[in-house]
Ligand binder design. Sequence first.
Ligand SMILES: NC(=O)C1=CN([C@@H]2O[C@H](COP(=O)(O)OP(=O)(O)OC[C@H]3O[C@@H](n4cnc5c(N)ncnc54)[C@H](OP(=O)(O)O)[C@@H]3O)[C@@H](O)[C@H]2O)C=CC1
Ligand SMILES: Nc1nc(=O)c2c([nH]1)NC[C@@H]1CN(c3ccc(C(=O)N[C@@H](CCC(=O)O)C(=O)O)cc3)C=[N+]21
Length: 300
Amino acid sequence: MTAQRIDGKALAARLQETVAARTAGLGATQGLRPGLAVVLVGSDPASQVYVRSKRRRTAEAGMQSFAHELPEDTGEAALLELIARLNTDPAVHGVLVQLPLPAHIDPMRVLAAIDPAKDVDGFHVVNAGRLATGQPGLVPCTPLGCMMLLRERHADLSGLHAVVLGRSNIVGKPMAQLLLAENCTVTVVHSRSRDLPMLCRQADILVAAVGRPELVRGDWIRPGATVIDVGINRVVRPDGTARLIGDVAFDEAAAVAGAITPVPGGVGPMTIACLLANTLIASCRQAGLPDPDLTPAPGA
Ligand SMILES: NC(=O)C1=CN([C@@H]2O[C@H](COP(=O)(O)OP(=O)(O)OC[C@H]3O[C@@H](n4cnc5c(N)ncnc54)[C@H](OP(=O)(O)O)[C@@H]3O)[C@@H](O)[C@H]2O)C=CC1
Ligand SMILES: Nc1nc(=O)c2c([nH]1)NC[C@@H]1CN(c3ccc(C(=O)N[C@@H](CCC(=O)O)C(=O)O)cc3)C=[N+]21
């Protein structure tokens, strides 16, 4: 394999270490303990894995973790009432409602009900609008983590051609905005785009966030390009065991790329670490304090 493996697990641990140190400092100097409320509606197995991981990391960082588990048949009104309570609870600085929600609940209405100052997912239209217009707000965790992974290899992204596969509100679109803000030339690809291999081969930076296992092949990669694989696809082997693979055919791509993130162990851990970083930022802003310096601790 020629590509440098960008180790998201190691970078996430370094970021988590910085967040924990800043959190301890806040406690000591301000008596402030950041609190994150995670709301899970129903019992989707994957969501339960992610929510457990988020809660564990929150506690490890020295923050307060508030768990809210609601039954699958919870009405939209009851969920909105809980969110209203969390919005006004001074011990809660971040509110995350785990997606997907059960079909009878409108996610746009639920996300719109979260106080933008506590929207640590960065999904609220106010935060999406602030990002789109270059104003300070809360940035979605996965794209934020992807930018930190890119900085492990590129001190300056100016002028590079970035191709983003996917245009969702939670990954593709904010990802494109962040790359644009770093002066990349950005192409956003989606299901109606034509000649994906040709488009991908133009990329110095390729971010795959489509949810299609191994869609991106090795010959779609420009030699030396940096590949960030956001995809998390749970596939079942013939023997019945499940495994995670990304949107990129890792082995083929690694033989061509200059650097690549693995799945698992790449973007996923960064999403969680950035959630904690957003909670710390939100708590500082709510206390009228300057944003903390979240430069990840130096690597080993
Ligand atoms: N690691 C992490 O922390 C996270 C990982 N993920 C993973 O990232 C992936 C994307 O998630 P999410 O953004 O929510 O996905 P969505 O399903 O919301 O969006 C998928 C996007 O990919 C596009 N797309 C789908 N198929 C193709 C195709 N064949 N060619 C080109 N474009 C295509 C869609 O196009 P169109 O708009 O035209 O429909 C859409 O824009 C998933 O695998 C998800 O599991 C997501 C969040 C966090
Ligand atoms: N309100 C909301 N915010 C989210 O940020 C959100 C969400 N809902 N719904 C689901 C997606 C998905 N997501 C992941 C987080 C961590 C890993 C992660 O840590 N993955 C590990 C593997 C974990 C495993 O073993 O499954 C890895 O990639 O190394 C993956 C996916 C956040 N999401």
